[in-house]
Design a protein around this ligand. Structure first.
Ligand SMILES: *Cc1c(COP(=O)(O)O)cnc(C)c1O
Length: 224
């Protein structure tokens, strides 16, 4: 408990100084703890320290935790297969990894059938990462936007990305993409950029949410 509290405090302090360095208010950055491959007991501790919403990568693992901890919220940040659209909509409050038109179509059908509303974010990959981590390319983005069709059941929040660490301009590129689509859609969009190792750079380009796993919870357990 003391360890967790200390780590959380350190992450919060890093966010505050990153905000101070670029003239942003610390409240403008949401800290999303990433609890993949972390035990439920640790998530409960984080909840007792004030955190209510957690990022999970795997539908099965996240669904199990959501059922075990119904007082908390889980959001999906990992790749989503079309055939898992239903459990994803049932157990996660938001989906941050929408990355292709077929998935948007499937999610719209299932959301209608289940009569649920879920916030979604589009995961982009502007660097041809060979879709290792998923992500929509810039060319495919208009088709994805059209497939999503401003469906009120799946309100678009903004863009999520996991840029290659060696690509120094990557965060800036996603920020430009956001600006472009804000103009096109005529409304504000959010950015979910930045993880344990690079949250400062993400905050500097205007990220609204940082997704923090190891710096928050400590090292992860083996593959589940
Ligand atoms: C695991 C993961 C994170 C957290 O990574 P850390 O480096 O442990 O902070 C954030 N976002 C996504 C999409 C992840 O898969």
């Amino acid at each position: 408990m003391i360890d967790l509290a200390r780590r959380i405090h350190e992450v919060e302090a890093r966010i505050s100084s990153a905000c101070a360095a670029c003239g942003r208010s610390p409240e403008s950055v949401e800290l999303l703890p990433v609890s993949k491959r972390q035990p439920s007991a640790l998530i409960r501790e984080a909840a007792s320290l004030g955190y209510r919403c957690f990022g999970e990568n795997y539908v099965q693992e996240g669904s199990a935790k959501a059922q075990e901890l119904p007082q908390l919220e889980f959001v999906l940040i990992g790749p989503l297969q079309r055939n898992k659209a239903k459990p994803a909509l049932q157990h996660f409050h938001e989906i941050l990894s929408l990355d292709r038109p077929e998935l948007a179509t499937r999610l719209r059908q299932m959301a209608e059938e289940l009569e649920v509303t879920r916030k979604v974010w589009i995961q982009v990959d502007l660097w041809d990462e060979a879709t290792k981590m998923g992500g929509c390319t810039q060319n495919d983005l208009p088709a994805l936007m059209e497939a999503l069709g401003e469906d009120p059941r799946l309100p678009l929040q903004g863009f999520m990305a996991i840029p290659p660490p060696e690509r120094r301009k990557a965060f800036q590129e996603v920020a430009q993409l956001r600006a472009l689509w804000q103009d096109t859609l005529g409304r504000p969009l959010r950015l979910s950029l930045g993880m344990s190792d690079d949250l400062e750079a993400a905050i500097a380009v205007g990220s609204d949410q940082v997704r923090i796993g190891t710096a928050f919870f400590g090292s992860r357990r083996g593959q589940i």
